[in-house]
Every structure is written in C-alpha cells, then in structure tokens.
Design a protein around this ligand. Structure first.
Ligand code: MG
Length: 166
C-alpha cells in the first residue's frame, strides 16, 4: 500500500509551575504538565499517530511510564526514535496535522518554532507540519485549565529510497 494514515490523542494534567513543553518548545506560563516524561502532549499524540499508521501499537509499548529510563525525558528523543521506526517500516511522513486543545498557555507566538523542531525530528520540511490550537471556550477539564490535550493526524508514504539507517 502506498499510503498509511494514523491518528493520536494525548492529555496531561496541569499543576502550578513555570512552563509547559509543547511541540518541543518550553512555553513560560503559570503551569507545568504532570507527567513521567516532559509531558509534551503534542509530541505524544504525534508519536501515537506515527506508530498507529505503521500498526506498531502505541507510545506506551515502547516507552512505558514505569521505566526510569524515560523519567523526565525530552519527548523529542521519543519522536526521533519513533521516526526511525517509521523509516524501518518502509515509510516516510507525508504530512502532519496537530491540534492542541488548551485554555492555556497561548501558543501562537511559538507555533513556527514548534514546526521547525518537529520537522527536524521527523526528517521533513516545516511546510508539511501544521500546528494549530483551540480552546474549549472554558468548557470541561481543559477549559478549567486542569489539563492540556492534543490530537494528531499523519499520512505516511512509502519511502522511495532507503531511509532505514537514518
Ligand atoms: Mg503523554
């Protein structure tokens, strides 16, 4: 098959802190994510979408939150590892569409830096990585700033040259 589609979702609780990491960028604010890793919901949703497209399960299968090796880990390391697994499966990312659902923090000033960093980890151009954000207009756990969540959709294409070593 020439193309594979994948979807991912993640959410993390927030507590008082000095910043939330989203899309590989630490965004200063009055909260931080409660997580085993750095709690980057955008990258976690993206990893699940990539693994889903390859029928490789989910992020918890490769990076269990019971394993101290992944305590506090920079989620970009997880993304680079997952990208290698995508390549080993014979695919490359075609395009990526990410949706952050959060009342806080406001991410608009950071979106282009996120796209640049995610594209670098994915081995693609920033032009095929989209990051958008929405609030829930105050509704629910996200609206009450109890947490942040993210959805990811990816399309993979068959690699036309070997990238498995990358
Ligand atoms: Mg997570």
């Amino acid at each position: 098959m020439s193309f594979r589609i994948g979807h991912g979702f993640d959410a993390h609780r927030l507590e008082a802190g000095e910043g939330v990491t989203l899309g590989g960028v630490l965004i200063p604010c009055e909260y931080r994510a409660i997580a085993h890793s750095d709690g980057d919901v955008l990258i976690h949703a993206l990893c699940d979408a990539l693994l889903g497209a390859c029928a490789l399960g989910d992020i918890g299968r490769f990076f269990p939150d019971t394993d101290d090796r992944f305590k506090g880990i920079d989620s970009r390391e997880l993304l680079r590892d997952v990208t290698r697994r995508v390549h080993q499966s014979g695919y490359v990312p075609g395009n990526v569409d990410l949706t952050l659902v959060a009342q806080t923090p406001k991410v608009a000033p950071y979106v282009d830096l996120m796209r640049t960093r995610l594209a670098s980890d994915l081995g693609v151009l920033p032009a095929v990585v989209n990051v958008k954000a929405t609030t829930t207009e105050g509704m629910g756990y996200l609206g009450r700033k109890e947490g942040v969540a993210a959805h990811a959709v990816v399309l993979l294409a068959v690699a036309t040259r070997s990238v498995a070593s990358g």
